[in-house]
Design a protein around this ligand. Structure first.
Ligand code: NAP
Ligand code: ZN
Length: 367
């Protein structure tokens, strides 16, 4: 065995964890910028809970609620300006992966006045502000990862950056905040969490410790799958999905993702698929492609999910995520070429060529 494991985020998981631990916020800062989206912070109840906590501690705060899905460089630049203007010393991100990722970028720009393209250098003159992350979706695990994924119009895709200083210092994880998610967001984000666990498990960078976390996340997804298929997810399942998503985040913090994410970014950028759905429609083909190189692991993850084989997985994912995908040859070759440039492609268990990616994309087209 030869691996490292680093996860500096303090996690407070459970109902009412914000109100019950509000003094933690007082230890971290005095001037807080809350970074969220238009709906997620408010509809989940998390923004109210945090505002109550900050008010009762007498801490000054402002709300930056302009984060859109798949955030842009422009938005985080504006958030960074807001943080510098108010002299923020703490960022609280509330939302799904989009606001949480944006909050990490704002944390860098809050102490470093620079062109947002320089975020991709991953080395910053001044240490980023500390980030407290409050997820309102159960999917990305961004609350325990150092990654930020922003839309890069210059490259026509999404691209990640991140370094150790971007792990949130604290994550408040209250499953109640995920209750208000629209149904499609519930399903798509659950599938994203599965994708992190599966890709991390199969990644060339997987470790014994990340595999253990991945197995647990995959098993939990399998247990929640019937409820997702039935279109009905109650309290305990919400809790399990949030926990599984957190485990998935811990996995990719160590392993990164592989070609599912790299390919999926194209479906988001060019076709408007949500992040989780983009991954979900690719997963069965991905397993078929990799099985020759990682049969034992592929079979084991299917077994742990409670499924017979890839065919059953494919069939159930198609029902869970109905999608009519039609890709022209020109689109397929363009997406393949873009995917080949993603770092994550090199971690795929089976070595990949642009033709391989094109083959997988052809396989999901005209479903
Ligand atoms: P999201 O883009 O954050 O949110 C999707 C939609 O759901 C938004 O409209 C959002 O509203 C709404 N929403 C979220 N929570 C809600 C709630 N509790 N109640 C009502 N509405 C709610 O979705 P996501 O799938 O969680 O995040 C995807 C992003 O994360 C992508 O950019 C992806 O690349 C990134 N990602 C990051 C990592 C990482 O490690 N950092 C890993 C995987 C993916 P608002 O617009 O108001 O927020
Ligand atoms: Zn993801």
């Amino acid at each position: 065995m030869n691996f490292s494991f680093y996860l500096p985020t303090r996690i407070l998981f459970g109902k009412d964890c914000v109100a019950g631990n509000k003094e933690e916020l007082g230890r971290l800062g005095t001037r807080v910028l809350i970074v969220t989206g238009k709906r997620s912070g408010r509809e989940s109840g998390a923004l109210q809970d945090i505002s109550n906590a900050l008010d009762s501690l007498g801490l000054k705060y402002e709300v930056f609620d302009k984060v859109e899905n798949n955030p842009s460089l422009r938005t985080v630049e504006e958030g960074g300006r807001a943080a510098r203007r108010m002299g923020a010393d703490l960022i609280v991100g509330i939302g799904g992966g989009s606001p949480l990722d944006a909050s990490k970028a704002v944390a860098v720009l809050g102490t470093n006045e620079m062109d947002p393209m320089e975020l991709y250098k991953n080395v910053y003159p001044h240490k980023p502000l500390p980030v407290v992350a409050i997820p309102t979706t159960a999917g990305t695990g961004s609350e325990v990862t150092p990654y930020v994924i922003l839309t890069r119009d210059d490259l026509e895709t999404k691209m990640s950056f991140g370094n150790r200083d971007l792990f949130p210092v604290l994550a408040f994880m209250d499953p109640r905040y995920t209750q208000s998610m629209p149904w499609d967001v519930t399903v798509d984000t659950a599938v994203d969490a599965l994708s992190h666990a599966m890709e991390g498990y199969l990644s060339k960078a997987s470790t014994p410790a990340s595999d253990m976390l991945a197995m647990e996340a995959i098993s939990l997804f399998g247990r929640c799958l019937p409820d997702l298929e039935a279109g009905h997810v109650e309290g305990e399942t919400r809790e399990q999905l949030l926990y599984a998503a957190m485990l998935g985040g811990m996995v990719i913090s160590h392993t990164g993702t592989t070609i599912v994410h790299g390919m999926g970014y194209n479906l988001t950028y060019f076709k408007g698929f949500s992040h989780g759905r983009a991954n979900g429609v690719l997963m069965a083909e991905y397993l078929r492609f990799n099985r020759g190189h990682a049969a034992e692991k592929v079979d084991r993850l299917l077994r742990v999910m409670g499924l017979r084989d890839i065919e059953e997985f494919d069939c159930r994912m198609r029902k869970l995520l109905p999608a009519d995908i039609h890709l022209e040859d020109g689109e397929i070759s363009k997406y393949a070429s873009i995917t080949m440039k993603q770092k994550s492609t090199s971690r795929n268990p089976r070595p990949v060529t642009a033709d391989d990616i094109a083959g997988i994309l052809t396989g999901i087209s005209r479903r």
